[in-house]
Design a protein around this ligand. Structure first.
Ligand code: DX5
Ligand code: ZN
Length: 218
């Protein structure tokens, strides 16, 4: 299993230090990109990824919550993103998968809590990561939507039956209580923002999440 602290809840004025604080407990760094259209919030883009790339060797996992991700894939690749994740709600993702591969990035697909898992299952053979949104995308610090665990269980079963290398990632409301539940449902990667960066000691908070969740993953 892997832990991906989400920098959305970090102090952006101290971003490199914030990342450094959790680096030992992090397997990836989750970067939330929002455009104020696809989601009602505005965050960061390729220039910040480029600056982060110079300060960390961690895998940069860019979650694109924008209306037009295709227009930015090259910028993210140039900035040093290791992988980008796009939303199925935008329509046929295949042309963007091809573009991400050409650019040497790992391919992620995600879906909102209310989108049925059947909408993403047809793409499992073409992606590296399937992300489950367990909050409505746009903001950190929201409550975990438990019904998403049923979708995770379904996808875990399909992935295992087909013997696919795709990783299942869950994002939103992950904390000490929900992390073990996500692990038991079959998650490979846990994203956590506020539970880590709003804690007094972010590294200790991240370590506690690992300790709580990892034993639950079969
Ligand atoms: C929400 C983002 C999440 C967010 C999670 O739209 O995609 O990555 O950072 O934050 P928490 O862990 O606080 O729910
Ligand atoms: Zn995210």
């Amino acid at each position: 299993m892997k832990l991906a602290p989400s920098i959305l809840s970090a102090d952006f004025a101290e971003l490199a230090d914030e990342v450094e604080r959790v680096a030992d407990q992090a397997d990836l760094l989750h970067v939330d990109v929002m455009d104020g259209h696809f989601v009602p919030n505005l965050t960061i883009g390729p220039p910040v990824v480029k600056s982060l790339r110079k300060r960390t060797d961690l895998y940069l996992d860019c979650h694109l919550m924008v209306d037009n991700p295709g227009e930015f894939l090259e910028d993210f690749a140039d900035a040093g993103a290791d992988g980008c994740t796009i939303h199925i709600e935008l329509g046929d993702p295949r042309p963007l998968f091809a573009r991400m591969r050409e650019l040497g990035m790992r391919v992620g697909l995600t879906h909102n809590p209310e989108t049925p898992v059947h909408a993403v299952l047809p793409y499992l053979e073409e992606i590296d990561v399937l992300l489950f949104m367990s909050v409505h995308p746009g903001f950190g610090g929201q409550a975990f939507i438990s019904s998403v665990l049923d979708k995770l269980v379904t996808a875990r079963k399909v992935v295992d039956e087909r013997g696919l290398p795709v990783e299942l990632e869950i994002d939103g409301g992950i904390n000490l209580e929900t992390a073990p539940r996500a692990a038991a449902a079959g998650a490979d990667i846990l994203v956590a923002g506020s539970a880590i960066f709003h804690a007094e000691d972010p590294a200790a908070a991240a370590r506690r999440i690992r300790e709580a969740a990892w034993p639950l993953r079969s």
